[in-house]
Design a protein around this ligand. Sequence first.
Ligand code: PLP
Length: 375
Amino acid sequence: MERIYLDNAATSFPKAPGTADAMFRFLTENGCNVNRSSYETAALAEDVVLDTRHLLCRLFHFPLPSHVIFTPGVTFSLNTILRGLLRPGGHCIVSGFEHNAVMRPLTSLGVSWSVAKLNPDGHFDNPESLFRPNTQLVVMTHASNVFGNVLPISEIAPLCRKNDVPLVLDCAQTAGHISLDWKKLDVDALCFPGHKGLLGPQGTGGMLLSPALAKELPPLIEGGTGSVSDRLETPDFMPDKFEAGTPNIPGLWGLHAAAEFLLQTGVDSIAAYESSLTQELIEGLAEIPGISVLKAPGMGQVGVVSVVFHRLDMAQAAWQLEQEFGIQTRCGIHCAPLAHQTMGTAPAGTVRFSVGYATTRKEINTALLAVKAIA
Ligand code: PLP
């Protein structure tokens, strides 16, 4: 049975052409550390890592390569920012669609939060009323990892400026899937995974930081940076301030190849293709009796679609889709209990279908027939 991978929201597959080769080449022909030595292969390892920062600047229209910080992924990026900025007794504003990569740190940090609700027409409902004197941060997912709805960030960014509160955007489900422009988004931090829409390997990702936030934020971890090694203090210059320890160099070589592929292909053309597949999927699912397709409010939709089966447990449905048709999805709560609360799909959750650049129309049609057969 052919494998049909519809779990790209968890991590993308296949990765971009050239990604695995670049990692193999690094591990077999180079293998050096970066920022520690100046011999030829070490310099080459370092050049590729540096160039990856430049490629990401082009992808995100971000002006400062030194402020592209590499981390193991969005969870690490968000933890660095939340743990660095928030103090017990503080207050945050979040959306009703946050991932636990936001909600768990907020809970353990002992801060309170207000949820910025969306009206059925996709606009925030009076978000200005949520700002308080102790509001320390606004942190929001750009698109829900459960329902795929894109949040109207442009309605919140000016309020953050006006109230002098930093805005942190979780782009786990939008980076590489839709075009992102740092200047237009007007955020203070943009957290991105390397392993989802950017089509790179797991264990890569990062964050773009504004100079003001980079200055204010302390590092989450400290250690060797290969720079100012004679000092006991962590350097305060970028990107070293936030990149202690040996980075994931094979992963970054892979991410470099993936970013080159994205720039050559064009995120806009990937977005148009994924959007047409997603529309086909949603329209096809909507005609199938025995299921409901969940449509959450927002300004646009990425290729993530959630379905509730009326007569089947969600795990049973996902299991049958795989066993009988080779269709790989994700079921349950998707690490986002708040999103399910918001949409009334807790505690059973949903079955989530998520498309990628390599998904074909034939695969969508097979998935629709399979859902019809089991529903
Ligand atoms: N935020 C959202 C919306 C996500 O979908 C995910 C991953 O599923 C994360 C954060 C965590 O990302 P990472 O796996 O890169 O740590």
